[in-house]
Design a binder for this molecule. Structure first.
Ligand code: AMP
Ligand code: MG
Length: 433
């Protein structure tokens, strides 16, 4: 990120009037430079943060071989292979946290509870429900077929072995990871600082909640969907409000956004019919390409870098996404283009979002030559097969189609019309975060 026109020269090889979605994703990905700052946080504060270091296990987990069942531990490897019944004398007991201190012989066993350390000499546990105890409770009998040597024992280090990497840098920490680190006795970790994302909406027709809605005006909903999606990614958000379609207002908003954030997101003002000053302005303060993606919803997209100073390369830089204004297009473009870049910039190693196949409950019209992200409701039938029904209107202004849906139907670039019953790819919304 050194020279101010590095970006425009990088994208010049593509046709900006019909950029396929995978090509746009690939270009954008190249510009995602991870934040380097790291902070040390207590384990509980690490939830949803990006791990900045490999965590090497300082101990074996479990620390000792232990019993996986309530039962009797004995030396399975010393049993007489020809005998059909085993009879052992109970030499003592071991509870979780209270090991059996002594040694036993080949014809003895130790009463053990789940989690108890395996007594010395023992390698096998017979579950208590498979044994018959003598009347005076001094011995047990069981069929030799009931258990194989080495059975029902958990080995030391079976969960995590000392010296092995337990979690890799770049991991977005989940509940199980907090537990895993706790099981290693680790109470603090290094995480990347949170990514800072500034966003604002543009449009003279936009009103904020609480303002009267004059005719021809709409309430600004994009700042709320963007805020919520950014929150889900656990980035720091800076809401710069609604900015009027005026050069001075837009300039001030852009420069202050670049000064305080790693990434600037705007919505509206990048489509063909918009006043040209937006484009001029972004060229004045940034190095920005204006694309028309082969995508529906969400054709227009401006992408590049902006600076807080009076010209590109001066002041603080930020990555810039000028998203379309239509409410569904904003959400779709965010999920399909912006999301992964933010995760990469946050230092995460994002795994591909899960895609499954579902049979369409109805025919779908689809033109080859663009990727469509239709909204749908997916469910499994009694046989366990996934089916999907597109929500009614697929217009990019109908936000209720997002609210009703639980998935995107991803209709690929080359895909044409889809027949009823044909299988399509779907991406469940809950997999998106
Ligand atoms: P634009 O991309 O600015 O041409 O906007 C396209 C459409 O999206 C227009 O109908 C706008 O009124 C609408 N729109 C733009 N920004 C917002 C917003 N922040 N909230 C709701 N609708 C918007
Ligand atoms: Mg507009």
């Amino acid at each position: 990120m050194t020279t101010p026109n590095e970006f425009s020269s990088c994208v010049a090889q593509y046709d900006p009037h019909a950029l396929p979605v995978p090509a746009a994703q690939a270009i954008v990905r190249q510009w995602a430079t991870p934040v380097d700052a790291v902070e040390r946080v207590p384990l509980r504060d690490a939830l949803d943060r990006v791990l900045a270091e490999d965590i090497v296990s300082p101990i074996d987990v479990p620390a000792h071989d232990n019993s996986a069942m309530d039962g009797y531990a004995f030396k399975g490897s010393a049993l007489d292979a020809a005998a059909s019944t085993v009879e052992l004398t109970i030499a003592g007991k071991a509870l979780a946290g209270h090991p059996f201190p002594g040694h036993i012989g080949a014809t003895e066993c130790v009463r053990v509870m789940t989690g108890a350390c395996m007594p010395a000499d023992c390698d096998t546990v017979v579950p208590q429900e498979l044994v018959e105890r003598s009347a005076d409770a001094s011995s047990i009998r069981f069929s030799a077929a009931a258990v194989k040597a080495g059975g029902n024992r958990r080995l030391a280090g079976e969960d995590l072995a000392r010296g092995h990497v337990a979690l890799r840098a770049g991991r977005i920490m989940r509940a199980s990871d907090l537990g895993l680190l706790a099981s290693l006795g680790i109470g603090e970790v290094h995480v990347r600082r949170r990514l800072r994302v500034a966003f604002f909406s543009t449009g003279d027709e936009l009103r904020s909640i609480g303002q009267p809605l004059e005719s021809g005006c709409v309430y600004d909903s994009n700042r709320y969907t963007l805020f919520a999606m950014l929150r889900r990614l656990n980035v720091d958000t800076l809401d710069l409000g609604v900015v009027r379609d005026e050069p001075a207002a837009l300039e001030a908003a852009l420069r202050s956004a670049a000064a305080s954030a790693d990434v600037v997101l705007t919505s509206g003002g990048v489509s063909v019919g918009e006043a040209d000053f937006t484009k001029q302005l972004l060229r004045t303060f940034g190095d920005v390409a204006f694309w028309s993606l082969a995508m529906r919803p969400g054709r227009p997209l401006a992408f590049g870098r902006v600076w807080s100073g009076e010209r590109p390369g001066v002041g603080l830089p930020a990555l810039f996404f000028g998203l379309p204004g239509n409410p569904v297009a904003v959400m779709v473009t965010f999920y399909q283009i912006v999301r992964e870049t933010l995760l990469l910039m946050a230092g995460a190693t994002p795994s591909p979002l899960p895609v499954i196949h579902a049979a369409s409950r109805q025919p779908i019209r689809k033109r080859a030559g663009r990727t469509e992200f239709q909204r749908g409701v997916a469910a499994r039938d009694a046989q366990g097969e996934w089916h999907v029904t597109p929500t009614g209107s697929q217009s990019s202004g109908v936000l209720s189609s997002m609210s009703e849906a639980n998935c995107f139907l991803i209709l690929g670039h080359d895909q044409a019309d889809i027949a009823e019953g044909e299988r399509v790819e779907i991406m469940l919304f809950d997999g998106l975060i």
